[in-house]
Design a protein around this ligand. Structure first.
Ligand code: NAD
Length: 302
């Protein structure tokens, strides 16, 4: 028995041409392609699986830290990159680092918390790269503050940038992802603070826990199209975001002591797992989060 799902996507241009059979199997009415076909078509030579050469990736927060390292890691395997950031100079520097590796790369000043500009910016990114089959949401702020002093502006900014933007961008990615084809994938950056609580980071914990919820919901919606959605939960990474914390006496030393690998990570050590999750090497991984924290959250606190 087949159930019509004509209203499954409210996004203009995203109405799905398919039916959903009871039991969850999806049939594409136009191409006849199934989820299984889409997954199998993603498997090719090892070099192609890692790189998906030629297929563009959008990286938010690409002007610094993990976003920059991710853009460069993707350029290393031949993927064109659109770099978004509110810091235009940082974004342009990253794009230039990617171009030096021989790929097309464009920088754009995009405030991801401004939902009114996202659809147009996604379209422009796809056009500038020639295709768009990957997305990494690395834009973020720490939104520090204990609940006693909860600042509503900080709360709104943290939730809008870290969480809402991820869902809004994904809303508009379906059109370019369909054009790029099976193998398209999303990686959202959560945090170990999305798995556990930190007294000083109420808004941040809310946003990063929310990212995992959005990721699991999107993974089901995108699977209907043959696309994957996952999240990475980094521990402490040496980026400008952590500089205020590292200025606190003993903070870094205590963190390193508690971490089984006895150090914090470089941005590149987060970028490479992100690149893996975007690639055909991860063709059966969706709806998952990958913790990359040197073992910190594996330790019990007795
Ligand atoms: P970072 O400060 O180096 O980079 C964040 C980037 O996001 C900056 O370039 C900033 O300009 C950009 N940005 C901020 N607001 C924006 C907006 N409204 N629109 C577009 N861009 C915006 O920090 P990072 O450590 O590289 O953080 C990247 C992601 O990783 C964040 O989501 C962060 O929460 C997450 N994370 C970081 C750590 C860590 O220890 N550094 C740990 C876990 C998770």
């Amino acid at each position: 028995m087949q159930i019509s799902r004509p209203d499954a996507s409210p996004t203009p241009g995203c109405a799905p041409d398919r039916t959903l059979e009871t039991g969850g199997r999806v049939v594409w009415e136009t191409s006849g392609m199934t989820n299984a076909d889409a997954a199998v078509s993603d498997i090719g030579p090892t070099s192609d699986r890692l790189g998906m050469p030629g297929t563009g990736v959008l990286v938010t927060g690409g002007g610094s830290g993990i976003g920059r390292a991710t853009a460069v890691a993707l350029a290393e395997v031949g993927r064109p990159v659109a770099v978004w950031d509110i810091d235009g100079a940082g974004a342009e520097e990253t794009a230039s680092m990617c171009r030096a590796l021989g790929v097309i790369a464009h920088a754009a000043v995009v405030d991801v918390s401004d939902s009114s500009i996202i659809e147009e910016a996604v379209t422009a990114a796809a056009e500038s790269l020639g295709s768009l089959g990957g997305f990494v949401h690395a834009a973020g702020i720490s939104g520090a503050g204990v609940v006693d002093d909860l600042d509503e502006e900080v709360w709104d900014a943290t939730l809008n940038i870290n969480l809402r933007a991820a869902a809004i961008i994904c809303r508009y990615l379906l059109v370019p992802f369909r054009a790029a084809g099976p193998g398209s994938a999303v990686v959202l950056i959560s945090s170990i603070e999305g798995l556990f609580g930190s007294v000083m980071l109420t808004a941040y914990c809310a946003s990063k826990g929310g990212v995992l919820g959005v990721m699991r919901s999107l993974a089901q919606r995108y699977a209907i199209e043959g696309f994957r959605v996952n999240a990475v939960c980094p521990g402490a990474v040496a980026t400008p975001m952590l500089e205020p914390a590292f200025a606190l006496p003993g903070f870094r030393e205590q963190l390193e002591e508690r971490t089984p690998l006895q150090r914090i990570s470089t941005p590149d050590e987060i970028a490479r797992p992100i690149r893996f999750l975007l690639s055909g090497e991860a063709s059966f991984i969706t709806g998952a989060h990958l913790t990359v924290d040197g073992g910190l959250t594996a330790v019990t606190a007795i």
